[in-house]
Design a protein around this ligand. Structure first.
Ligand code: SAM
Length: 278
């Protein structure tokens, strides 16, 4: 049966026409819903907030994985994903044979199960034998793994609910401690249109702990305002500049990320640049 579903956030909404609800589960952490849509393929919502649609998830997941991967001054071997239960960032990291091990720490095992059942095109990221699943709070996991990772990607929900500790200053300090020397973080940094204070706060924390940092914009039409940020930070080199380039075979596997897009993503509209310079 056709039904319009809406994400309503910060006083306005984004509405999508669906044909069928595939999943409707309340977990101890959140309400998981997955829909079949008329034009966007599958749509996953957590607590009424869009997490991904098949239509444009490649844009977000390619950038979240590859901005840190290609910013890293040395060849990364060990990666950690915090959140990211749908498996999309894992799928993109898995394209890199250089990575020897990919840990994921997702707080809600039911998200992993639901993604594996209803979102096989993103959850295929779990099929890689280098992936090790940890179900728990990512803010605690990083504290327990000092000096361990070349790249850490925080693919979290918004700060309301279980994602709240992932937007705190202490967490950014602990991310830095969990990195190996010269490692890179990439964190979900919200939209400068929709949630400017949160975007600003995250970039400020990155600047507190890292020598090089910046907000990279990613165009994702099914997120309200059509844009979301990845905050990239490291102590080695300039994160705005890719340190390596995808070869021809790798570039063919990518639909959004290119070295030019890497550099360009940090070029922000004037008002957004000002927001992060404050
Ligand atoms: N791309 C998405 C977005 O920004 O809309 C995020 C997708 S992913 C599904 C977000 C995941 O973060 C959820 O599965 C949620 O359970 C997980 N998460 C939230 N808080 C967490 C925490 N403290 N530790 C680990 N995972 C967490």
């Amino acid at each position: 049966m056709e039904r319009w579903v809406s994400e309503v956030n910060a006083g306005w909404g984004l509405t999508v026409k669906t044909t069928q609800q595939l999943c409707d589960i309340q977990t101890p952490y959140q309400h998981i819903e997955i829909f079949e849509t008329v034009n966007l393929g599958h749509l996953m919502m957590l607590d009424g907030i869009v997490q991904l649609s098949s239509y444009d998830e490649f844009a977000y997941h390619e950038m979240m994985a590859n901005l840190p991967f290609y910013s890293c001054a040395h060849l990364p071997e060990k990666a950690l994903v915090i959140g990211g239960g749908d498996g999309g960032v894992l799928r993109e990291l898995g394209k890199h044979p250089e990575l020897k091990s990919i840990d994921i720490c997702e707080i809600d095992g039911e998200v992993i199960k639901a993604a594996r059942e209803f979102l096989p095109e993103t959850a295929c990221g779990y099929d890689d034998e280098r992936v090790h699943i940890h179900v728990g709070d990512g803010s605690l996991f990083v504290q327990e793994h000092p000096g361990s990772y070349d790249i850490i990607i925080v693919d979290s929900t918004d700060p309301a609910g279980p994602g709240e500790p992932l937007f705190g200053e202490a967490f950014y300090g602990n991310l830095k401690k969990a990195l190996k020397p010269g490692g890179v973080i990439g964190t979900q940094a919200e939209s400068y249109f929709l949630l400017p204070e949160i975007a600003q706060r995250v970039v400020k924390f990155a600047g507190t702990f890292f020598k090089s940092y910046g907000f990279a914009q990613i165009h994702v039409p099914t997120y309200p305002t059509g844009v979301i940020g990845c905050c990239v930070a490291s102590d080695e080199g300039d994160v705005r500049e890719p340190k390596r380039f995808p070869d021809e075979a790798m570039q063919k596997k990518l639909r959004y990320y290119t070295p030019e897009v890497h550099r360009g993503a940090f070029m922000l509209p004037g008002f957004a640049r000002e927001l992060f310079e404050k």
